[in-house]
Ligand binder design. Sequence first.
Ligand SMILES: C[S@@+](CC[C@H](N)C(=O)[O-])C[C@H]1O[C@@H](n2cnc3c(N)ncnc32)[C@H](O)[C@@H]1O
Length: 311
Amino acid sequence: MSIAADYAGFAARELRGVSRAYERLALAVSADDELLDLLGTLPPAKRQPNLLFGVVRLLGGPVGDPAAFHDFTVTHWPAVEAELRVRATQTNEAGRCAVLLPLLAALPQPLALLEVGASAGLCLYPDRYAYRYGDRRLGAGEPVLECAADGPVPLTRLPEVVWRAGLDLNPLDVTDPADVAWLDALIWPEHAHRRERLRAAAAVATAEPPLLVRGDLVDDLPALAAEAPAGATLVVFHTSVLYQVPRPRRDAFVDLVRGLPGHWISNEAPDVLPYDGLPEPPDAGLHNVLALDGTPLAWSRGHGQSMLWFG
Ligand SMILES: C[S@@+](CC[C@H](N)C(=O)[O-])C[C@H]1O[C@@H](n2cnc3c(N)ncnc32)[C@H](O)[C@@H]1O
């Protein structure tokens, strides 16, 4: 796919109705030959809209006006390029815990959570946050995660978590202002509620830091999984990670995780881990497939804002 088509597709699939500012920006970039030529000098993984927009925001550039964005990016291209080459999108969205929770709560307790592609580890605290599914509320903590669930959410309790560990190629540290600045820059402009959520979730992680290990989700998973305490159900999970992993390594990961004790929860786009016979998604927006031990169970929106159970 061309870079222009990538940007236009991203605008239609992920941004429409979710971020007006980025939708306009992505459409403008898709028709901007000068920016497309600059992006074409980068490796494919470094051309993504989310990465470009996040880097420009991190550098203090404007993202509300496509013409000003163009001028800033062209003028500051050496700095923009340098950041694009060393960074990856590491958006850490605690809101995704709202779609993981029904599965986690139904497993034998207590749980030993191991998240691959954990970023700063904010999805490792599903037991500390509070949730609102329509008029049902669970938990008393902060942030409160809202999830519009179509159909009943089979929930009776928060999970009991006795161990939390994350594996990431580049773990981020919520006590480091530079890492928090990058996490903040990755949040879409109008999403003030997600900025507040980041602050509240970071406070939770700061109070009880997770074990975060720098490593690869294939090479380093067995050693970390072996550290999980006996007597707890090991749950290896990942959300919005495998699209960053080349297909042969994805396959190796799936083989590996299927051989581990415990359970495996996956929340990834449908083209990333293809399943047979998925129902139609509820609309044209990007949805992840929530799956337990390889069985797809629900559609979920990218930031955990809604879910729809299959059948
Ligand atoms: C988009 S972020 C998602 C973070 C988190 N799972 C969430 O949902 O909020 C993807 C993360 O996966 C990590 N990642 C990508 N490839 C990886 C690999 N091969 N091994 C470990 N982590 C990886 C990236 O560094 C990044 O932090």
